[in-house]
Ligand binder design. Structure first.
Ligand code: SAM
Length: 290
């Protein structure tokens, strides 16, 4: 892997839409490149102009802002594309973290790219990735599920559909719903499912706490402070217990063992069900005598 090569100062290119990540709490997490871009672009498109103004004031950046949120993105995309076509440079920021990640911007980026306009990322904080980096769960593959539904019935349906998901799962949720959410996790995925709560990341009351869903429920009930602020939930993927052999596997092995040597019967059964053949061997020997 090559080391990062480009350093500041950075120059803004006309006709480019910059997707600029901003901090998720600690303002010191903004990059030098993000500050340079925010200071130099012709205009900054943002979710909430007052919110972004505070960020700009903090870094003594004076620049024009333009509101672009979920409700006006479709209209704004035409206007922003026109400015880009005239050679203007534009930055898109959201209230916190990386734009487009459970935040507005997808329609704008798609529109600009379809017109052949340049869209360039200025990477930085993202709550999902920050949480994954401290959760201590497998990250070679994971699934980002965005916000869990706020109503219990819909939430349980979402979770039930993920019962057999083997990858680490990342959710955004409000801590004030944490007890209800964990109760639904216990009901759908089981009380022993391992969960990490990442709350108020990079802020004063940052808390990273992991346990079984059942134990987390007790922990949350005993400390109402854990129900405040912002939260990412990381849920361990479904782990097939090595010696948990389903009835289908047993039935197949029983049929094959009548006709084939145990080694061969195990190999074929393992191939059919995508499991390791050595976990079947003891079972094969016991079935042979039946
Ligand atoms: N675009 C943002 C990002 O890159 O993370 C996410 C925006 S989404 C509207 C806001 C959600 O992100 C919050 O409800 C929470 O689940 C999560 N979040 C944002 N900041 C956080 C923080 N400091 N600690 C924990 N979760 C955070």
């Amino acid at each position: 892997m090559s080391a990062p090569s480009q350093t500041s100062p950075c120059n803004v290119n006309g006709g480019t839409l910059y997707i600029v990540a901003t901090p998720i709490g600690n303002l010191a997490d903004i990059s030098q490149r993000a500050l340079d871009i925010l200071a130099q672009v012709d205009v900054i498109a943002c979710e909430d102009t007052r919110h972004t103004q505070k960020l700009l004031n903090n870094f003594s950046i004076k620049n024009k802002t333009l509101s672009m949120h979920d409700h006006n993105e479709r209209q704004r995309q035409e206007y922003i594309a026109e400015l880009l076509q005239q050679g203007k440079s534009i930055a898109l920021v959201s209230d916190a973290g990386t734009p487009l990640i459970s935040d507005p911007g997808f329609h704008l980026v798609r529109h600009c790219r379809s017109l052949g306009l340049k869209v360039s990322p200025i990477p930085g904080a993202c709550a999902a990735i920050a949480a994954l980096s401290v959760a201590g769960m497998p990250t070679d593959r994971f699934t980002f599920e965005g916000f869990l539904p706020s109503k219990s019935t819909a939430r349980k349906t979402t979770l039930t559909n993920l019962v057999n998901e083997p990858r680490t799962m990342v959710f955004y949720d409000a801590p004030r719903r944490a007890i209800d959410t964990i109760t639904d996790i216990v009901a759908t995925l089981g009380g022993d499912r391992y969960v990490v709560i990442c709350r108020e990341l990079t802020k004063t009351f940052e808390t990273i706490h992991s346990d079984s869903a059942e134990n987390l429920l007790n922990w949350l009930s005993e400390d109402s402070n854990q129900l405040k602020g912002e939260m990412v939930l990381i849920i361990e993927g479904y782990q097939q217990v090595p010696n948990e052999i389903s009835a289908d596997v047993t039935a197949t092995l029983k049929l094959l063992i009548k006709e084939l040597p145990p080694k061969k019967a195990c190999a074929i059964t393992a191939e059919i069900y995508g499991i390791k053949k050595n976990v079947l061997y003891d079972l094969a020997l016991s079935l042979k005598d039946c």
